[in-house]
Design a protein. Sequence first.
Length: 331
Amino acid sequence: MIALLACATVSESTTRQSQPVMYQEARRLMWTKFEIIAYGPDRTRLAEAAEAAFEEIDRLDRQMSNYSETSELTYINRNAAREDVIVEKGLFDLLKLSLDYNRETGGAFDITVGPLMRAWGFFNDNGRVPDAKQLASAVARVGSKHVNLNERARTIRFDREGVELDLGGIAKGYAVDKAAAILRESGVTSALISSGSSSICAIGAPPKQAAWRIEVSDPTDRSQHLTTIDLKDESISSSGCHEKTFKVGGKTYCHIMDPRTGHPIEGMLGATIITPLGVEAEALSKATMLNGIEWTKQLAKKRADVRAILYYSGQDGKLASTQIGFLKEKP
């Protein structure tokens, strides 16, 4: 839903400097395309920094995939209901942050939705409407209340069998942030890191430009672009119902699940969120779709560094949108 379009220009009076070189590379990781575009005086150093960033994304992919039989997340899901499981520090911090987002969003963002994703067939792309018994069983295993983290021992424990963590709603934003941190530590001051069409982090701006210009697509038709956003030292994430859906009895069901009801979202079609961190933008892009326009307005009032665009079906059946937080000054 989001892509690099061009660069926002600055005035012609900008001081002329020697033209930096550009480094660009893309790799298939986390079931999507990660791409890095970076500028600097030395292409070799840019390539080394990008390589380190890609290696970190690959490590996170191997650690957090619930499709892998050997990932740390799979081990947690298999064993945490029977024993305390020691968790690697970075993953533990992400789990703790995810539970914080769960509380801050009133339960809308929830990494325990795995049983619901399976019940509705989204885990294996075999969409189906579960019967009442299947749904009740899945709902009983969903909720942050089932997850206990011990910070001192750095362990995790589930309070019942069948609880399952799914980091698909936050992992890509987290990976983009980690890649950005590596680039910054390597001295890169101008770069764009993107994860498919969902999460992007902008470091600085391209040479002689004011910002990276990002194109936001129609959540119902990704070939159509709706608006552009200038991004500098910020992250943007978009969520929408276009990624995974299925139809039963003429009704379309979306893969974005409301953990509080056990049912897929209805009414809202997509959300684009801009915040300082990609991990937060990704979590909030799901939560705002579930919590709606008024909740998002209150969030933006409290947070000067949050902007949002929510997409939904208008009264005429056409795509409608609401922009939130764009008129206030950025911090």
